[in-house]
Design a protein around this ligand. Structure first.
Ligand SMILES: Cc1cc2nc3c(=O)[nH]c(=O)nc-3n(C[C@H](O)[C@H](O)[C@H](O)COP(=O)(O)OP(=O)(O)OC[C@H]3O[C@@H](n4cnc5c(N)ncnc54)[C@H](O)[C@@H]3O)c2cc1C
Length: 434
């Protein structure tokens, strides 16, 4: 335990990609700072995700501007360990002042003087500013409908590692965003009978007319959307870089033997019931898919680009039986289901940040990361400034904005009026004379 109080200008909490980006921009602006990370740099990429995960975006896109992946094909999808290595190397590149293995326990505003006092697992720190870079996905959420049945193995997608972890028998995967659908696919490929509960989703084509969807979202301005469209708060995005990167096609998965069901509604006496919304959810996903193809075609035509036609992208599998006659309920034991994976998302947890930077519902109150409590900043939040904010490439740009705000504030505080300037000048002159 360190006993002296360490002082720094800006304390960054968390050394995932957000903390690393923040440190790079603060370094460039000459702002003294320290980054505290309770585990290792990019820990969530190392141990917070399943074994086979690769990045959802190609290596040319899912990176910071200042460094390429030197050993991954730019159009390929880096394995999660490689992503973590990348951020470690990136931090080393500019000598980021990161202290690992130190957890921030609380941050409190000082009374009657500026700045914050920070209690950590390794002593006390005082800082003029604090940046919370603890991630968009902090606390796994399993909904209250989860059955209290001890015969079932129930885990959140954050705790799923590989198919060997599950007992023999069928599995229900609840949630079909990028995590749920990739896990369901992996389990099916391992030979398991899989039931996948599909809610509202977007499913962009992995690639269209020789360009990855990340490129399309970029040139069509979709990454830069400032706010979620109303009513789309519960719409997930189903994409995958697995197996070289393929478009998520739910009907295709069903034709390979997976049973698709609607949104999971309740569990009673070993029977799970599903909403009758499967077809509707698939249709909306198709609409989203086709809208991107249409927008891409229009962009190509408007700009006279020479990109190959791809009419087969509009072909679809016929509706499989599980879509034509969706299950309303399922007896778990009769179906042989022995495990449930909840791919139902995450919440944030800022219990340690004891400042007035939250609204009545406990959500961070901020504008592009600059919070309502002067000196407190957030980074890496979903939709912090735009759709891309919680992703690798987007957080780097948000960090630049936050660092710039910090540097500007420091300039205000450095201001000296005429009397103060005169006093400082005479003091310097006295020192020179002496
Ligand atoms: C399954 C999955 C796949 C994803 N794939 C991609 C992808 O391919 N491309 C992409 O761009 N995005 C992807 N994302 C989204 C996003 O890039 C990641 O969630 C990324 O990890 C977010 O980085 P971050 O630095 O904001 O947060 P995190 O990676 O969560 O880092 C936060 C850090 O803060 C530390 N911390 C937390 N609390 C404290 C504390 N009190 N004291 C000290 N340290 C603390 C944690 O240990 C952690 O290391 C994916 C997300 C998930 C869940």
């Amino acid at each position: 335990m360190t006993t002296e109080i360490i002082k720094t200008d800006t304390l960054v909490v968390g050394a995932g990609q957000a903390g690393v980006a923040m440190s790079e921009h603060l370094s460039k602006l000459g702002v003294p700072h320290l980054v505290l990370e309770r585990n290792r740099i990019a820990e969530r990429w190392r141990t917070g995700r399943w074994d086979s995960l690769v990045a959802n975006g190609p290596a040319w896109h899912d990176r910071f501007p200042g460094m390429e992946f030197d050993d991954v094909d730019p159009d390929g999808f880096a394995h999660k360990e490689r992503v973590a290595d990348y951020f470690e190397a990136y931090a080393k590149k500019f000598n980021a002042p990161v202290r690992t293995g130190v957890e921030v326990k609380s941050v409190q505003r000082n009374v009657g003087r500026p700045g914050f006092t920070i209690e950590t697992s390794d002593g006390v720190i005082e800082a003029a500013r604090v940046v919370a870079a603890t991630g968009p996905f902090q606390r796994p959420v399993i909904p209250a409908i989860a059955p209290k049945d001890t015969r079932l193995l129930q885990i959140h997608s954050a705790d799923y590692r590989n198919p060997q972890q599950l007992p023999q028998g069928a599995v229900l995967v609840v949630g079909a965003g990028s995590s749920g659908v990739q896990i369901a696919d992996e389990l099916q490929r391992s030979g398991k009978q899989v039931y996948l509960s599909v809610g509202a989703h977007d499913r962009p084509p992995r690639a269209y007319r020789n360009r990855d969807f990340c490129w399309w979202l970029g040139v069509l301005g979709e990454w830069d959307q400032a706010a979620m469209k109303p009513g789309r708060e519960h719409v997930t995005i189903a994409v995958s870089g697995a197996h070289g990167g393929r478009t998520i096609d739910f009907r295709g998965l069903a034709h390979r033997g997976m049973t698709l069901v609607g949104v999971t509604e309740s569990f009673n006496d070993g029977v799970v019931t599903f909403k009758q919304d499967l077809l509707d959810n698939l249709k909306r996903g198709d609409e989203n898919y086709l809208a991107l193809l249409d927008a891409a075609d229009a962009y190509i035509e408007r700009n006279g680009l020479d990109l190959p036609l791809e009419p087969e992208a509009r072909e679809t599998y016929p509706d499989p039986d599980c879509v034509k006659h969706p299950l309303a309920s399922l007896d778990l034991a009769e179906a042989g289901i022995t495990s449930i994976i909840w791919a139902t998302g995450f919440a944030v947890d800022y219990a340690w940040l004891k400042v007035a930077a939250f609204d009545a519902n406990g959500k961070p109150q901020h504008q592009r990361g600059v919070s309502s409590e002067s000196g407190i900043y957030f980074l890496g939040l979903p939709w912090q400034s735009r759709r891309g904010s919680s992703f690798i490439w987007g957080v780097w740009h948000d960090a630049k904005h936050v660092a710039d705000h910090i540097a500007t504030q420091r300039k205000y505080l450095d201001y000296r009026d005429a009397g103060q300037r005169e006093a400082a000048h005479s003091k310097t002159a006295d020192t020179v004379d002496a």
